[in-house]
Design a protein around this ligand. Structure first.
Ligand SMILES: C[S@@+](CC[C@H](N)C(=O)[O-])C[C@H]1O[C@@H](n2cnc3c(N)ncnc32)[C@H](O)[C@@H]1O
Length: 393
């Protein structure tokens, strides 16, 4: 991931540059540690750079929580920071690749789904598309359908965005996000199909599997009556686990097939076929319409502001409730009483990682609010409580 190593420099040059800079917005120092976060605004995107000071060099690199999907944007930010501050670069990996402009119109952020209209009447979702062979094939074959591809592995998402442009497809949206959280973004009764092909089996950590009772519930809410969840797996364990998960659910019909040939073979499938492994399909058809999803409250911190002493009063250990948790992981402070709180929260098996930015005028998530799920909303309310009540803590 992009970084630069530069010669040690006088810290005050950053503070002097910030008021004049259109790129650098603030510099926040970690409490009780030497590293820093720098706020960046570039191309209408807001993100952070991490800065670590060593004796003979300073490392400036991307921040995992806020990094933009476009790697070239990060590289540009690093190059421009070095230029603005006149830093002497010792080494770097920010040479810009000749940009193959991927079809950014087809890259959707999770926030885009808060108020979205779908350009096609028919909509399908593919979970964990990997190399994208199946997703691209389906989109080409069904131009009247919008295919939303979900993939947590950023390089795969970027590869498929490039392919969309190269193949001139207009009916795919790529979302670089966890599928287990994503379905909550969709309205009820929308989808024709949800493809889950060769999900990671997670035999030792089954709680990380995509298929779960909660995922099934959400799938059935967003599938139309007659719509289908299609699981394809080479794992005996996963196959039986999925059947157990689906067993006894009243509003579905389950169909099982073995070693069925599909029109398109994914990279994983090709490998299993060479090894002569059995491949199972489990088709779950939704037999009922679902009610509209419940509206959640807003994820803002209207009443919260930075108050002296807040950093000392925040809990150091995770606050654990029945179905969610809140963990204040690290605090960063600017000289003028602005606090950046790094935290994780939400459900235990799919937590959110965010920063919260507080000053004497207000408080907001940096750079974007969490995904609007019911569990995240409970965690948000707990965070509001912790951040607003300095005395009580
Ligand atoms: C074994 S690969 C299969 C890829 C592709 N479906 C195929 O058949 O070749 C599993 C893929 O799912 C992605 N993945 C795993 N968990 C995910 C999640 N919760 N949300 C979205 N993608 C996920 C992984 O990054 C990986 O690319």
């Amino acid at each position: 991931m992009p970084h630069i190593k530069v010669k040690p420099f006088e810290h005050s040059i950053v503070d002097k540059a910030i008021p004049k800079s259109e790129l650098l917005t603030f510099r926040a120092k970690a409490l009780n540690r030497g590293d820093e976060l720098w706020g960046i605004v570039l191309d209408n995107e807001e993100f952070l750079l991490q800065v670590k000071y060593y004796d003979d060099e300073v490392l400036i690199k991307y921040d995992k929580v806020t990094r933009p999907l476009k790697v070239n944007l990060l590289k540009e930010a690093l190059a421009r920071v070095a230029e603005e501050l006149e830093l002497e670069i010792l080494s770097s990996n920010i040479a810009q690749h000749k940009e193959v402009r991927y079809a950014s119109a087809y890259e959707k952020k999770i926030e885009d789904f808060y108020d979205v209209s779908f350009p096609k009447e028919k909509v399908c979702v593919e979970v964990g598309f990997g190399s994208g062979r199946h997703l691209l094939y389906q989109a080409k074959k069904h131009p009247d359908t919008l295919f939303i591809g979900l993939e947590i592995h950023t390089p795969s998402a970027q590869q498929v965005l490039k392919q969309i442009e190269l193949q001139g497809l207009e009916n795919i949206w790529v979302v670089n996000y966890d599928a287990r959280l994503f379905l909550e973004m969709l309205p009820s009764n929308l989808l024709e199909k949800i493809f889950v092909h060769f999900p990671v089996p997670w035999d030792k950590k089954p709680h990380r599997r995509v298929i779960s009772p909660m995922f099934l519930d959400e799938s059935l809410r967003v599938l139309q009556k007659g719509g289908r969840l299609e699981l394809r797996t080479d794992s005996d364990n996963y196959f039986w686990y999925a059947l157990e998960t689906f067993f006894g659910v009243p509003q579905i019909e389950v169909e099982v097939r073995k070693n069925e040939a599909l029109e398109v073979t994914s990279k994983y499938e090709a490998r299993w076929l060479r090894m002569e492994k059995d491949i199972y399909d489990v088709y779950v058809t939704c037999k009922e319409e679902s009610p509209a999803r419940e509206a959640l409250g807003e994820f803002n911190f209207n009443i919260v502001k930075y108050k002296n002493g807040l950093e000392q009063s925040l809990p150091q250990k995770a606050v654990v409730e029945k179905d969610y948790f809140v963990h204040i992981e690290r605090l960063y402070k600017t000289d003028d009483n602005q606090l950046l709180v790094k935290c994780s929260f939400g459900s235990f098996d799919r937590p959110e990682h965010k920063y919260i930015f507080l000053n004497e005028n207000g408080c907001r998530y940096f750079a974007s609010p969490p995904v609007k799920t019911s569990v995240n909303y409970k965690a948000h309310q707990k965070l509001t409580e912790l951040l607003s009540d300095v005395e009580r803590n």
